[in-house]
Structures are given as structure tokens and as C-alpha cells.
Design a protein around this ligand. Structure first.
Ligand SMILES: [Zn+2]
Length: 346
């Protein structure tokens, strides 16, 4: 069985006090990772932070700089789509509460996840985001990844997605847990499979479900990696471990780091920073523990890529004997049919 390889990237700025620039957080690192992918026959699936693009379009007439940002992003996305990469939907709703003061974005993250908005607001959000992305790059959008992995309880956001024909989710990674009360998720009981149908709970397979999950591969990360990360950031700011992105991340609660510095945690298989050094192991561990699994799905963020992580990605891809590079467009045949109509004809 030849493995399938899916590489997805959350195409977004930082959400902390410094968002960073489009050039350094998006354009340059995405260009670099696309070159590596293309060299090895892999393709990228970009989850584009569309509500940020929506804010750019709203403010562009007042600030020419933002029009330039939007133009650069559109140019890159159109070019990537034209060379076989895929563009899908990523939603960080706090952009709707954020403002541009002529110099920088001032972000308000009190409403960080979809669930912080009303059902009507969610539906409007998904609809306008899909419409904008379609207007910018054409009609390709049917897949979704929740900002910050916050998709639960899924029943609350399902109607908004369904109303706009977003039927594929790619947020789950088996075993992943966050107990941060504002950015909570729990994928501890998710199946380890290439894909499955679900209805109200992404962890629970439902053959009649109207949604399809194509999960991200998971990997175990030991505290050693986080200690190396902390030490190198403090001591060696100008090394191969310096991220391309020129912003700063949002501050998580202390418990987030404390947990990672003291015990093993489950992470997504990641192209970002230090974690990219574990890609080869993540791939072989998954093959060993789930022998029937064909799809390996690693994700990352252009802003969090580093010279080291790109070198590791290149090494990982070069080391795979044979694989088929896929995007979400290759999963279109999984789309659930509208069974309600079929049943009524019987
Ligand atoms: Zn994101």
C-alpha cells in the first residue's frame, strides 16, 4: 500500500500584541514550504484565516497598506491554486472584534471561538467567509478547520457549516486535549483512521452522519522537546530555530506550558519549529500502531516555520520511499449524499 501524504497549513498572522507582517508570516514562508513540497511531489492544503481577509477588505479603502496586504495574499493563493495546491476555510472569529489603527491591528480575543457567537452570527460568518474566499480564488471550498481546534460542542456549530455546504472537517487529532477553559478541546476518544462520517460528535463515528472527518495525524511529544524550545529561544535567538513569522504569539495560561514541560503530551504531527524534527518518527509510529492507515496528515503554520523545520521537512519527504501527495480535493468523493431525499423515493 503506497501511503498518502497530506500537508496542511493554517495560513494566518499571530494573535498576540504583535500580529507580524503579511510578508514574513505568510508570503515568504509559504513560498519556501511550497518549493520543498513541489520538489518531492507533495502538495499543500492551506486553511486560510478568511475573517482576517474580511477585515482587510473592510478596511482597505481607508488604509492603502491593507489593500497591498490583500493583493499580495490573493496573488499567492491564486498562484498556489494554479499549481495544484488547495485552499480551504479556517475561522478565527476574534478578527471581527479587532481594529486597525493605521499602524497595527489591535486584537480583542475575548470572543476567540465560534461558540462565543450566536447561531445566527455563526451562520453569517461561515457564509460570508466562504463567499469571500470563492470571490478571491474561485469555487473550491468545502473543508474547514476550527481556529485553535475549538470545534466542540460540534452540535452548536454544525448548522452554520451545513447551511453553507461545508461538510469536511479537519480539526481532530486523536488523543489531543486542551483543558484551557477558554480554548477547550477533547479528542481523547477519536478513532485512528484515515476518515470517518460523524454527525454531532467528531469523536464518534456515525455512518449516516452528514460530516466527514479527515483528521490530522497525532504524535507523542516528550518534555525534552519543550525544554529545548524554551532554552534555545532564550539563548540563541538568531539561529536556525528563529521562526520566519515576525509577530508574537498569544499568551496561553501557565498550565499550558507547565504541563508540556513536565509530562508527555499528544501533539499534531507538525511541520512547525522543533516539532518538525519528529516527522519521520511520527510517520513510522503511526504506520506501526495503525497498520491499515494509508493517510499521513501533518500540519503547520507558515508563521511558525523555521530554517530548521524546513530542513527537517525536506529530510522527511526525501526519506519516504514512495507516497502519493494529496489535497482535500482528493477527498471530494467522500461527500455524504443528501439521504433524506433518497429515502423518500423508496
Ligand atoms: Zn489558526
Amino acid at each position: 500500500m503506497i501511503p498518502q501524504l497530506l500537508l496542511s497549513l493554517d495560513y494566518e498572522l499571530f494573535f498576540g500584541p504583535r500580529t507580524g507582517t503579511v510578508e514574513h508570516c505568510l508570503i515568504r514562508p509559504t513560498q519556501k514550504v511550497a518549493e520543498i513540497a513541489e520538489r518531492h511531489g507533495a502538495r499543500l492544503s492551506l486553511f486560510v484565516d478568511v475573517l482576517y481577509l474580511q477585515r482587510l477588505t473592510e478596511e482597505a479603502h481607508r488604509f492603502p497598506r491593507l489593500q497591498n496586504d490583500l493583493d499580495a495574499i490573493r496573488k499567492q493563493l491564486v498562484s498556489l491554486k494554479g499549481t495544484g495546491h488547495d485552499i480551504q476555510l479556517h475561522l478565527h472569529p476574534h478578527w471581527l472584534d479587532s481594529s486597525f489603527d493605521g499602524e497595527q491591528w489591535n486584537q480583542v480575543t475575548t470572543r476567540y471561538k465560534l461558540h462565543d457567537f450566536s447561531a445566527a452570527a455563526m451562520a453569517t460568518m461561515v457564509g460570508s467567509a466562504k463567499e469571500l474566499l470563492t470571490r478571491l480564488i474561485g469555487n473550491t471550498v468545502f473543508a474547514f478547520r476550527a481556529g485553535g481546534w475549538c470545534m466542540q460542542p460540534f452540535a452548536q456549530i454544525a448548522p452554520a457549516l451545513l447551511a453553507h455546504s461545508i461538510w469536511l472537517d479537519s480539526t481532530v487529532f486523536a488523543g489531543g486535549i486542551s483543558d484551557d477553559k477558554d480554548r477547550w478541546f477533547d479528542f481523547s476518544s477519536a478513532p485512528v483512521k484515515d476518515s470517518w462520517r460523524f454527525s454531532e460528535d467528531p469523536n464518534h463515528e456515525d455512518p449516516q452522519g452528514q460530516f466527514v472527518e479527515v483528521p490530522i495525524s497525532a504524535m507523542r511529544v516528550t518534555p525534552l522537546l519543550f525544554w529545548r524550545m524554551v532554552v534555545s529561544r532564550k539563548l540563541l535567538p538568531q539561529t536556525d530555530h528563529q521562526p520566519f513569522g515576525d509577530g508574537s504569539p498569544m499568551v496561553w495560561g501557565n498550565s499550558y506550558f507547565l504541563k508540556r514541560l513536565t509530562s508527555s503530551t499528544i501533539s499534531v504531527a507538525s511541520m512547525d519549529g522543533f516539532k518538525a524534527g519528529l516527522l519521520t518518527k511520527a510517520f513510522s509510529d503511526e504506520q506501526a500502531t495503525a497498520p491499515g492507515k494509508q493517510l499521513f496528515h501533518a500540519m503547520g503554520h507558515p508563521k511558525a516555520l523555521t530554517p530548521y523545520s524546513l530542513m527537517q521537512l525536506n529530510k522527511f519527504l526525501a526519506g519516504l520511499k514512495a507516497f502519493t501527495g494529496v489535497t482535500f480535493q482528493d477527498f471530494k468523493h467522500l461527500q455524504p449524499k443528501s439521504e433524506a431525499h433518497e429515502v423518500s423515493h423508496q
